[in-house]
Design a protein around this ligand. Structure first.
Ligand SMILES: NC(=O)c1ccc[n+]([C@@H]2O[C@H](COP(=O)([O-])OP(=O)(O)OC[C@H]3O[C@@H](n4cnc5c(N)ncnc54)[C@H](O)[C@@H]3O)[C@@H](O)[C@H]2O)c1
Ligand SMILES: [Zn+2]
Length: 354
């Protein structure tokens, strides 16, 4: 339960960003939540690293935490796991006053947020992201959910966290490839909204990421606030690079490319289309490709990768088939717009060039 005095008016989400925050988890949560029961949901990679520490900090602040671990990986983001987690929470005595903590990357954030949204018809959610992607992207905006047999994120709820704790120290154990995929979303934010950040990214200081994380949270929050429910097209700007990116991810059977890597390729394709249809200067496309490469993100497909598979994985629907598609383009670094002037042929051409 959120402390009643914090409730009147629009519910705010508090975000703490910095180093050594893990040690303060209990007191930070104590400032806004009552408990005492809570569930820490984590995965099999993150729980052994940080699970006990978080549990101890909560216990020493008077909470009664239960640590629930799911196998690491996207395959755990299912309704079956949601059911199993809820059963364990009921068994541990969590009630309407209780809350849920997601300790992990975007996978844990999405499933723990969904559990929080439906348990007892909704209890508070605390996000403790441990990946860069989790900090700059998935913990912001309130989208939670799970995958089904037929696709990703088809079942879900909008449930904003009450508190997000971004401790940059978690990133020390994060594999480099995982860190880099977080930069794909950061570069995306720069392209659609912040030319200055784009330039600054060329000399990013990996030992001091907090200011960069803060800036990215501001960008995403600002866009989400304008279009919370995905209705005006503003929030769709965050999908820059994702139309082709998702198709690449699917064509690689979700194994060959990490999400951020697929988005990197999708950004390159979106740049090709932006040159053709939105007047993006070629040298700006080159600067984008250089920056993606600087973070070891792919900007070309492996030579033997079946391009047709990507094209076939595009989200075909009636609207798509009639020719024009709603597509995010960038006319210049730092800006983006939704266009209905892009055809399937334009996309096919861009994929062929990858
Ligand atoms: N809700 C949203 O708005 C939103 C936005 C973007 C992505 N997502 C979702 O986020 C997920 C992808 O997020 P992700 O890339 O963080 O994936 P993830 O949660 O699967 O984490 C990636 C890998 O890193 C490991 N890991 C996490 N933190 C670690 C650490 N500190 N040290 C060592 N290993 C660590 C995890 O165990 C996992 O193996 C997808 O499910 C995607 O759908 C949601
Ligand atoms: Zn993404």
């Amino acid at each position: 339960m959120i402390k009643p005095e914090l409730l009147p008016g629009k519910q705010r989400c508090r975000i703490e960003i910095g180093a050594a925050l893990l040690a303060r988890t209990g007191e930070l949560i104590r400032e806004i939540l009552v408990g005492p029961h809570c569930a820490i949901i984590s995965d099999s990679n993150v729980a052994p690293l940080f699970g006990d520490h978080v549990k101890q900090r909560l216990a020493s602040s008077g909470f009664q935490p239960v640590l629930i671990t799911v196998p690491a990986g996207e395959t755990s983001k299912t309704l079956e796991q949601v059911g199993a987690i809820c059963d364990q929470m009921i068994g541990a005595g969590l009630d309407r006053q209780s809350f849920v903590i997601g300790l992990g990357g975007g996978m844990v954030g999405d499933i723990s947020g969904f559990v929080a949204a439906i348990y007892e018809r909704g209890i508070p959610h605390v996000q403790i992201p441990t990946t860069l992607l989790g900090m700059v992207d998935s913990s912001i905006g309130g989208k939670t959910g799970v995958n089904t047999r037929d696709g990703k994120n088809l079942i879900g709820a909008v449930h904003h966290p009450s508190l997000v704790i971004d401790d940059v120290d978690f990133l020390k154990t994060l594999p480099r490839r995982q860190l880099n995929q977080g930069f794909a979303e950061i570069i995306k934010h720069a392209i659609i909204a912040d030319a200055e950040m784009f330039t600054a990214l060329r000399r990013v200081d990996l030992s001091n990421l907090a200011p960069l994380i803060r800036r990215n949270i501001e960008i995403k929050s600002r866009i989400v606030a304008k279009d919370e429910l995905d209705q005006t097209g503003e929030r769709a700007l965050l999908n820059f690079g994702h139309t082709v990116g998702h198709a690449v991810e699917r064509a690689g059977d979700y194994r060959e490319f990490l999400h951020g890597e697929a988005v990197s390729l999708g950004i390159v394709a979106a740049c090709a289309i932006s040159i053709k249809k939105a007047g993006l200067p070629k040298d700006q496309r080159d600067a984008i490709v250089d920056l993606l490469s600087a973070f070891e993100l792919p900007t070309r497909l492996p030579a033997n990768f079946p391009r047709a598979k990507i094209f076939n994985a595009l989200p075909f629907d009636k609207k798509f088939e009639r020719g024009k598609v709603s597509f995010v383009m960038t006319p210049a670094i730092g800006s983006a717009r939704l266009s209905s002037d892009v055809t399937m042929e334009d996309i096919r051409e861009a994929i062929d060039q990858l």
